[in-house]
Write a protein that binds this ligand. Sequence first.
Ligand code: PEP
Length: 245
Amino acid sequence: MRKKLVVGNWKMHGSRASNAALLSGLREAGPWNADVAVCVPFPYITETALALTGQAMSFGAQDCSAHEQGAYTGEVSAAMLADVGCRYVIVGHSERRAFHHESDQLVADKAKAALAHGVTPIVCVGETRAEREAGQTEAVVKRQLAAVIHTLTHCIGEIVLAYEPVWAIGTGLTASPEEAQAVHAVLRMQLHAATQKSDAMRILYGGSVKPDNAVSLFGQPDIDGGLIGGAALKAADFSAICRAA
Ligand code: PEP
């Protein structure tokens, strides 16, 4: 009943030339049965929008400010993302939590700002390797999600959630389908307690998803697609993952 969603996170990669080649490869490979989107660096949003005109694929950004507007040099507001047509924005990616010290509350505030402008936040949660080894996986992801539930209250059903174990991102290590499903089930139960929409909400898995592990991950009952980093930079790999969804 939930349509799968596959989102490419290009991170800080690309150039006008390489993006054009990648998007043209994806245009030729699609359409797919799943919903598909690419979240691109800010300077390339408008060109991506043009390249995807008339295509089923959506596009978005990788972060936004929690502030509405003002003297916040270097920040990009959710209103600006809406203005250039973004459908999605990733918030709370582990790289931003780690390198930019983003707190659970700041991530929740960013999600709120995005929703206020009709941009769907893809909220990332996930534990580090040390937290997993200490048996804290469930407590960590529940704490991260709780801040978002508390902040969004009745709008929580409008987000996309992404479970991304930090130890699996860009490392080639992947949670097994069973390990990932176990966490997704915990997150769905937490959403269930917060909203009647929980059964319709999409919870993506991210962390070294590749064409050869996508089918088994996406086959799990609570895994509704993927957030894809490295493999989103090659048209053949990303389209194979979209086909698997
Ligand atoms: C990500 O950055 O969200 C991600 C999942 O990266 P990778 O697929 O490269 O592990």
